[in-house]
Design a protein around this ligand. Structure first.
Ligand SMILES: Nc1ncnc2c1ncn2[C@@H]1O[C@H](COP(=O)(O)OP(=O)(O)O)[C@@H](O)[C@H]1O
Ligand SMILES: [Mg+2]
Length: 346
């Protein structure tokens, strides 16, 4: 199927900062690409180029079949965007904000009202619907911003860190909304610092760091790429380690390794829980007593660490994942004073 989003070799510099150093990606129609990377990786810059808000120094991009650089206006009518440039009007209520977007896109007043009501419900904003947005918490604003992006059901959507700063309940709620959207056929490019989020929502993941895509694949492929699953067995009797290793070779897809001190044998395997059961039976059959056994699957955290040599900021003890609270090297100035707006809800 033709890609709904395609970028070729995008380069963008800001002064000395090479924000994008040749980003290429494609998103087949009806699928979700997760652009996963730490603060400053180039995620927002990529999204801004693909949504016509920023021109690249070089490279090419096509969205919904339309050249982004040649026909930005046409692209704008085919996409939805939500993220770090909120379009919420402070002095209107939540409901009015959504209705206004509908009417702006030429929906009938009746349809705009119905869509607003539906979205307010989806985003858990019904109770606050008739208060002005200025009274909303940071998380509520973010949800309203997302709802606004969904009013017209565009065929291609860009969500830039949609759940950063949301509390766990609202994050889950939003994941469900996004899943519904995708079921209805929307193509989605989603940026995130949360490995869990990419794992759950994305068909494909592109890991970005320092303005480049450094790995690409499904979550499973990325995990397999760094070594896949392994069974870890702690043998009770040190003398039987060698026998156990021999017995386990049948199940190994690579060389088993042994830590003599802890009596732990690690065996690369494929096949998950079934292999685990087989291994237990095999060892039991040979009278080899075990103290502990487990199946270990690499997480996306392992993947990220192994690819970049560092963990993502969001997983690194910063619950908010709020970009302003990071010691990042952003040259452009959203001040620290803004952190309270986008932080976790009270
Ligand atoms: N308008 C800008 N002016 C100067 N530097 C910028 C600007 N926008 C982004 N950058 C820099 O480009 C790099 C990538 O930023 P960005 O795309 O916002 O990353 P991410 O969204 O992954 O956190 C960072 O080093 C950032 O400081
Ligand atoms: Mg960003």
């Amino acid at each position: 199927m033709a890609p709904a989003i395609q970028a070729e070799n995008l380069v963008k510099t800001f002064g000395d900062v090479r924000a994008l150093d040749g980003v290429s990606l494609d998103v087949p129609e009806g699928t979700v690409l997760g652009l996963l990377g730490p603060n400053g990786a180039g995620k927002t810059t990529t999204v801004r180029i693909l949504t016509t808000l920023l021109r690249p120094d070089s490279g090419r991009a096509v969205v919904a079949g339309v050249d982004v650089l040649k026909h930005p206006n046409r692209v704008r009518s085919l996409i939805g965007l939500s993220g770090q440039y909120a379009a919420v009007d402070e002095y209107l209520t939540g409901r009015e904000n959504l209705q206004m977007v509908g009417e702006l896109y030429q929906m009938s007043v009746r349809d705009a009202k119905a869509r607003a009501r539906e979205l307010l419900e989806w985003f858990n904003l019904s109770e606050a619907a008739d208060r002005t947005a200025k009274t909303y918490s940071g998380g509520m604003r973010r949800r309203l911003d997302l709802a606004a992006a969904l009013v017209v059901r565009p065929p291609v959507m860009f969500l830039d860190e949609p759940t950063t700063g949301l509390d766990p309940r609202n994050r889950l709620g939003l994941w469900e909304v996004i899943e519904t959207l995708v079921e209805q056929g929307t193509t989605l490019l989603l940026t995130t610092q949360y490995l869990e989020e990419a794992d759950r929502l994305a068909n494909d993941i592109a890991v970005v760091d320092h303005g480049r895509v450094i790995a690409r694949g499904t979550a499973d492929q990325l995990k397999a790429q760094i070594g896949g699953e392994r069974v870890e067995v702690v043998v009770h009797d040190r003398e039987l380690i060698a026998t156990a290793v021999e017995a386990l070779k049948v199940y190994a897809v690579g060389d088993p390794s042994v830590e003599k001190n802890t009596r732990k044998i690690t065996v690369p395997v494929t096949g998950g829980a079934k292999v685990l059961a087989d291994v237990i039976r095999e060892l039991d059959g040979r009278g080899i007593e075990i103290d502990d056994i487990g199946l270990r699957r690499p997480t996306l955290d392992d993947v990220f660490l192994s690819l970049t040599g560092h963990v993502t900021a969001a997983e690194n003890g910063d619950e908010n994942g709020d970009e302003n609270s990071q010691g990042n090297d952003k040259g452009h100035g959203k001040g620290h004073g803004k952190a309270a707006d986008t932080g976790t809800e009270a």
